[in-house]
Design a protein around this ligand. Structure first.
Ligand SMILES: C[S@@+](CC[C@H](N)C(=O)[O-])C[C@H]1O[C@@H](n2cnc3c(N)ncnc32)[C@H](O)[C@@H]1O
Length: 223
């Protein structure tokens, strides 16, 4: 169990990882409209963030952290990799950074939004749900959970190729992200779905949810 939990953040431990990660995600999304455009669209959906307290889990090299702080958000950004955090700190000096594994995420305060961008698919179900529970406790009653993550177009040769590519690139837990876009996890952790939007030609999804009764049946991804 412990070695499995350690695996996702350890993948990002090497000093060269930030450079490789930024290059990889840039080239992956280049034929899909560009990673910058996808990130800008996701952030636009979060609405005005000036003065808002945002908790960013798995901030990586800080591409979103920088955008958020530039818009005046008060960001607490968490990551388990010191090398990724080093790059994020340089990019977004106005943010507060916390180095911790998500498996042992401490209470970091009360937030208007919790952002998980391309991180939940790296976590096994038990950890993912623990993280979603912790996020729910740290969200203000009218707060929002924002998930930006992988998706696959619904059918066709490109969809099959994209799924095959992701299954080779990513850990096995990506299958759960592609299967239901975290519907079961959100339900299990008592969230109500607010919206689900397809980005990057169906290869990414933006999910918004709020802490709720958990009784609502969540819909499947709208492509
Ligand atoms: C795919 S990157 C995403 C980075 C950034 N959010 C983005 O959208 O570009 C995933 C990040 O989550 C972090 N991460 C993955 N598993 C983690 C864990 N169990 N605890 C802490 N951080 C973790 C990695 O170190 C990495 O920086």
């Amino acid at each position: 169990m412990e070695s499995h939990l350690a695996s996702s953040s350890d993948t990002y431990a090497a000093a060269w990882t930030p450079l490789v990660y930024d290059g990889l995600i840039w080239s992956m999304f280049l034929p899909l409209g560009g990673v910058g455009r996808m990130r800008d669209r996701a952030l636009a959906r979060m609405g005005p963030v000036g003065g808002r307290r945002i908790l960013e889990l798995g901030c990586g090299t800080g591409a979103l952290t920088r955008r958020l702080t530039r818009q005046g958000a008060r960001v607490t950004a968490v990551d388990g990799s010191r090398s990724m955090l080093g790059r994020a700190r340089a990019r977004a000096p106005a943010a507060t950074f916390v180095h911790t594994r998500l498996e042992i995420l401490p209470d970091l305060g009360a937030f208007d939004q919790v952002l998980c961008a391309f991180v939940l698919h790296e976590l096994p179900t038990v950890v993912r749900r623990r993280v979603l529970d912790a996020a729910s406790r740290m969200l203000r009653p009218d707060g929002r959970l924002i998930i930006l993550d992988h998706a696959a177009p619904s059918d066709g040769a490109f969809a099959r190729a994209w799924r095959g590519f992701l299954s080779r690139l990513e850990p096995p837990s990506v299958a759960e992200c592609l299967a239901d876009g975290y519907d079961r996890d959100l339900q299990a952790c008592g969230y109500d779905l607010v919206s689900r939007e397809s980005l990057a030609r169906g290869c990414a999804q933006l999910v918004m949810a709020r802490p709720g009764s958990g009784a609502t049946a969540l819909g499947s991804p709208q492509r």
